[in-house]
Write a protein that binds this ligand. Structure first.
Ligand SMILES: Nc1ncnc2c1ncn2[C@@H]1O[C@H](COP(=O)(O)OP(=O)(O)O)[C@@H](O)[C@H]1O
Ligand SMILES: [Mg+2]
Length: 250
């Protein structure tokens, strides 16, 4: 579902991704850990082309992200086609970014009604269903400021699901939450994984990574240092840098 080959990305003279090679099969969950500034968010943003890569190749579902290859050359896709690609990829951020003037239900159905031109009634029914799936069937008419951080993040997940993505990207989805609210969000993500959603999850929740992740990647300084079975990486890391990082966070 995702394949990265030698992905490099610089901001000005600073190279923040130094040749990332990764693969995520359909229905798999890839968890990414690593110190602040190691390039985790940048890599996620490259996957849905919020950042343009400088070299290498990146595919989602066998389509080159942001480019078309013709005669051995890469041609940038027009904005309309980039938006179409991005629609297949759901993204959930640390900060939920809900529309404050819209109810939970309105937040969830806004994009499908506008972009996919789904009828009002159909999208409301589907929105209700999605909010039930994240455990918020009784809060559909609540505004974001009437919801806890954990509830807002669950609305944000429902909103991403409303576009029926093939792939979900999570960038530290529980890092801004009070500790007692982390579990409810992880439970929703666990459910998604169990339903077969392909997911790339940047997280500091090692328990989640161990239980739910098929693969765990440790990134440092713009590179993948170590990748493998989460249980193995977490209990028997092979690289000194992984060991040093884990000894600080575990
Ligand atoms: N838009 C940007 N412009 C310049 N530098 C950036 C930008 N985005 C990220 N960076 C830099 O890239 C590096 C990696 O950042 P990031 O991907 O956010 O790391 P992480 O998510 O692992 O903490 C950092 O040094 C950060 O300052
Ligand atoms: Mg980040």
């Amino acid at each position: 579902m995702v394949k990265a080959e030698g992905v490099r990305k610089s901001f000005g003279h600073v190279e923040v991704l130094k040749g990332i090679d990764l693969e995520v099969a359909a229905r798999e969950v890839l968890c990414v850990i690593g110190p602040s500034g190691s390039g985790k968010s940048t890599f996620l943003r490259c996957i849905n082309h919020l950042e343009k890569i400088n070299s290498g190749r990146l595919w989602v579902d066998d389509h080159l992200v942001g480019y078309r290859e013709r005669g051995g050359k890469l041609h940038e896709l027009p904005d309309r086609e980039v938006s179409a690609q991005r629609r297949d990829i759901g993204m959930v951020f640390q900060r939920f970014n809900l529309f404050p003037h819209m109810t939970a239900l309105q937040n969830v159905i806004e994009a499908p009604t506008r972009v996919k031109r789904v009828g009002k009634q159909e999208s409301r029914a589907r929105g209700q269903e999605l909010l039930e799936r994240v455990g918020l069937g009784d809060r559909v008419h609540a505004y974001p400021n009437q919801l806890s951080g954990g509830q807002q993040q669950r609305v944000a997940i429902a909103r991403a699901l409303a576009m029926e993505p093939k792939l979900m990207l999570f960038d530290e989805p529980t890092s801004a939450l009070d500790p007692e609210l982390v579990g409810e969000v992880l439970d929703v993500m666990r459910g998604l994984a169990a339903d077969g959603m392909t997911m790339v999850v940047v997280t500091h929740e090692m328990g989640f990574a161990r239980e739910v992740g098929d693969t765990l990647v440790f990134m440092d300084d713009g590179a993948v240092v170590e990748a493998g079975d989460p249980k193995v990486v977490l209990t028997d890391p092979q690289h000194q840098r992984t060991q040093a990082f884990l000894s600080k966070v575990l």
